[in-house]
Design a protein around this ligand. Structure first.
Ligand SMILES: O=P(O)(O)OC[C@H]1O[C@H](OP(=O)(O)OP(=O)(O)O)[C@H](O)[C@@H]1O
Length: 222
């Protein structure tokens, strides 16, 4: 196979979570977060922070089911090796491939914030929204960042948790809680915001890509 076919459905080997299963879990999480955080003081003190890019679909669904006023903002954190920023696309494709083939990012990969909040979170309760928590490197970096900005509490709400891949320990701040919609071990999934080679974020459910598509995507420009 030399090029990708246009029918996205035909690229998927197996569906892991359907649209309905996702909607049920996101609704339950929004209900739980509403119950946990709606009574916090001061009022209107919750800032939901999406981690770009992967969290954007999960965040959009989640916040529309939260039943109290919230602020919304975004951050971006990118990986780098040994002090060298991984800003080029080939590096990011390689990162995907590493995750696919070994089930983990390389151990010396660290994160730094490349696009910061516009809102001031001092004295506020932050909920960091992720598509995936795997090694923990990204979320650890972002929790520390929110704490340094004076957040009263920092919670994490991730669509997917991969606890078996954890390499970096992180602690929530204040009364912060950890929420996850689903857990999985080491298989590489796409859809609902999650990508391979920059593609498939728009798939409305979560699935596993057919193996023959990995190399085609890695060989192509995006
Ligand atoms: O727990 P970790 O091992 O740090 O991995 C999790 C991070 O990796 C992914 O981001 P990625 O850089 O692939 O970009 P994306 O959000 O644009 O998909 C994901 O969105 C998380 O932010």
């Amino acid at each position: 196979m030399e090029s990708l076919g246009a029918d996205i459905e035909s690229h998927i080997e197996r569906v892991i979570w359907t649209k309905d299963q996702i909607a049920t879990r996101v609704s339950a999480l929004a209900f739980q977060i509403s119950a946990d955080l709606s009574t916090l003081s001061p009022p209107s003190s919750v800032v939901v922070v999406g981690v770009a890019n992967g969290a954007f679909i999960f965040l959009a669904d989640l916040i529309r089911l939260i039943n109290f006023p919230i602020f919304v903002d975004f951050v971006r954190a990118e990986s780098y090796h040994s002090g060298t920023k991984s800003s080029n696309q080939q590096r990011r494709i390689t990162s995907d491939a590493e995750s696919y083939h070994s089930g983990t990012k390389s151990s010396n990969q660290q994160r730094r914030i490349t696009s910061d909040l516009e809102l001031d979170v001092e004295g506020k309760h932050v909920i960091l929204v992720e598509d995936i928590v795997a090694t923990g490197s990204t979320i650890a970096c972002l929790i520390a960042h929110m704490k340094s900005k004076g957040a009263l509490s920092v919670s994490v709400c991730t669509f997917l948790d991969k606890p078996e891949r954890r390499q970096v320990h992180f602690e929530l701040v204040g009364q912060g809680k950890f929420y996850s919609a689903f857990e999985c071990s080491d298989y590489f999934v796409v859809g609902y915001g999650m990508k391979f080679g920059g593609l498939y974020r728009n798939l409305p459910y979560v699935g596993i890509l057919k193996p023959e598509f990995y190399q085609v995507i890695l060989n192509s420009k995006y």
